[in-house]
Design a protein around this ligand. Structure first.
Ligand SMILES: Cc1cc2nc3c(=O)[nH]c(=O)nc-3n(C[C@H](O)[C@H](O)[C@H](O)COP(=O)(O)O)c2cc1C
Length: 222
C-alpha cells in the first residue's frame, strides 16, 4: 500500500465483522510498528493482547463514567475533558447521560483488544516542570500506537486509538497485572472493519501551518 494513501485511508474503525485476528497477524503488525521512534530510542512500550470476555466485562464499567462526561460535555458544546476550562456540566448530568452504543461497541465486539502501556522509567519528560499538563512523554508512545493502526490498515484490518480507560488506569493495570511504573496509553480494538470510510474529514494545511510566526501567513498550496 502506498504510504500517502495509507495516511488518508486509516480511519477510526469501531465496528467489526466476526472474523478473528490471529496471533500471527498481530505479530506482523507489531513487528512493523516497533520501528516507531521514541525518545533516546528507549522503546518503552508494552502491549497486552486481550480476547477474553471476562476481562472486557470487568473493564466496561470502568469506562462508563468517563464516556458519560465526554458525551455530556460534547452535548454542552465544549471540548470534552479539557484541562484549561472547568466543566460546565454537573456530576449529576454526567451520571444521567446515556452513552451511544458506538462508543462501547469496540470493547464489546472487537475480535481483539491491544492494551498499550508506556514504561515511565524510560521517558525523558522534558516538560515535566512546566506549569501545564505534560505532552512530551506521550510522544515516545503514540508513534508506535499509530504504526499499529497504519499496519492494520495495510493488512485489511482496522481499529481505533481509545483512551476512555485512562482515568481508571490503576484498576486497568490491576486487572492485567501491569507493574506500577507503567502508564496506560491506549486500548486499541482491532478487527476487520464492517464498513470502510474512504474520505476522512480533516482541516486543510492552510488552517494550521503558518510561515515564520504563529500569526504569520498560512502556508498555501503550491
Ligand atoms: C488520543 C486519542 C484518543 C482517542 N480516544 C478515543 C476513544 O476513547 N474512543 C473512541 O471511540 N475514539 C477515540 N479516538 C479516535 C478519534 O475519535 C478519531 O481518531 C477521530 O475522530 C478521527 O476519526 P476518523 O479517522 O475516522 O476520521 C481517539 C483518538 C486519539 C488520537
Amino acid at each position: 500500500m502506498e504510504l500517502y494513501e495509507a495516511f488518508r485511508g486509516t480511519f477510526a474503525a469501531r465496528h467489526f465483522t466476526d472474523e478473528p485476528v490471529s496471533d500471527a497477524q498481530l505479530y506482523r503488525l507489531l513487528d512493523a510498528a516497533r520501528f516507531a521512534p521514541s525518545g533516546g530510542n528507549r522503546q518503552g512500550w508494552r502491549v497486552v493482547i486481550v480476547r477474553e470476555a471476562a476481562t472486557r466485562a470487568a473493564l466496561e464499567p470502568l469506562m462508563l463514567p468517563t464516556m458519560q462526561r465526554y458525551v455530556a460535555e460534547q452535548r454542552a458544546g465544549v471540548s470534552p475533558w479539557n484541562p484549561l476550562a472547568p466543566s460546565p456540566v454537573s456530576e449529576a448530568t454526567c451520571a444521567a447521560t446515556e452513552v451511544p452504543e458506538a462508543l462501547l461497541a469496540p470493547l464489546r465486539t472487537a475480535p481483539v483488544l491491544l492494551f498499550v502501556f508506556l514504561d515511565l522509567g524510560k521517558v525523558a519528560a522534558m516538560d515535566q516542570h512546566l506549569d501545564r499538563i505534560g505532552v512530551i512523554s506521550g510522544a515516545s508512545l503514540y508513534p508506535f500506537a499509530w504504526n499499529i493502526l497504519l499496519a492494520a490498515h495495510a493488512e485489511g484490518l482496522g481499529g481505533t486509538l481509545t483512551t476512555f480507560l485512562a482515568p481508571e488506569e490503576g484498576k486497568v493495570k490491576a486487572h492485567l497485572g501491569v507493574p506500577e511504573d507503567y502508564a496506560f496509553a491506549a486500548m486499541i480494538p482491532l478487527g476487520v472493519p464492517s464498513k470502510r470510510l474512504t474520505k476522512l474529514s480533516r482541516k486543510p494545511v492552510e488552517d494550521f501551518a503558518t510561515l515564520e510566526r504563529f500569526a504569520g501567513p498560512p502556508l498555501g498550496a503550491p
